[in-house]
Write a protein that binds this ligand. Sequence first.
Ligand SMILES: C[S@@+](CC[C@H](N)C(=O)[O-])C[C@H]1O[C@@H](n2cnc3c(N)ncnc32)[C@H](O)[C@@H]1O
Length: 238
Amino acid sequence: MGTPLTPYNTSDSKKEQVATMFNNVAGTYDFLNHFFSLGIDKLWRRKLVKLIGKSNPKLILDVATGTADLAIAESKLNPEKIIGVDISEKMLEVGREKIKKYPCIELQLGDSENLQFENDTFDAVSVSFGVRNFENVIAGLTEMRRVLKPEGKIFILEFSKPKNWFIQKIYYFYFCTVLPFIGKMVSKDASAYTYLPESVKIFPDGKKFVELMQYVGFKNIECKPLTFGISTIYIAKK
Ligand SMILES: C[S@@+](CC[C@H](N)C(=O)[O-])C[C@H]1O[C@@H](n2cnc3c(N)ncnc32)[C@H](O)[C@@H]1O
C-alpha cells in the first residue's frame, strides 16, 4: 500500500501521529463533526445501528470509538455490554463524560490492530470513520474478524467518494477548501483538517474496500452507499 499518509511531517509512526492528532482535536471533535456534516453523520450512525439491531447482538465491540457516539447510539439496542476501544486517551476522556448515563458501555485505551480480546468473543464489531486512520488496514480488519464469534458480523461506516460528477465538484470544494479553513480556525490544528480530505481521497472505497474485506476472509459482504456515496456502510459475516 506504499508509504502511509500521515497527519504531520514527523518521524513518528502513522499510529502515533493519528493518536496525537485526535488528542489535539478531542475538545472540538464532536462540535466540528456535526457542524461539517450538517448533522448527517448522526443519521448515518443511526442507519448503521438499525442494521446492527437486525442480528440482536448481546456483546458489541466498537473499535476506534473516539468520543463514543456510535457506542451510545448502539446502547438503544439494549445489548448486555458494549466495549469501545481507541488509541486516543483525550477522545476517550470526552467519551467517558458522555457515557455516564449508559452503564452498559465501557471504554478502554486499545489498538484496533492488536486487540486484547480472546478469539470468537463478540456478536458484532462496529467501526465508524476509523478504518481509514489505521496504520495497517489489513491488520485492523484481521483483528476485528478474529474477535468476532463464528456467526458474528462486522459493521463498518466510512467516508467514500461520490461518483456523480456534479456532486463531486460541490463536495470536493466543500471538503478540500471550506472544511480545512474552518477546521483550522476552530480546532487550532491546521494539519488535522487537511489530513481528513486527503485521507478520504486515497482510501479504497466501494469495490476496492470489499476486495480488502474478502482478502481478510469476510463472507457475505454487503456494500451500501449513503447520501450520494459520500459515506458507505459495509456489512459482512466472519
Ligand atoms: C474520525 S474518529 C471516529 C470516532 C468515532 N468512531 C466516530 O464515529 O465519531 C477516528 C478514531 O479512530 C481512532 N483510531 C485510529 N487508529 C486507531 C487504532 N489503530 N486503534 C484504535 N483507535 C484508532 C482515533 O484515535 C479516533 O478517535
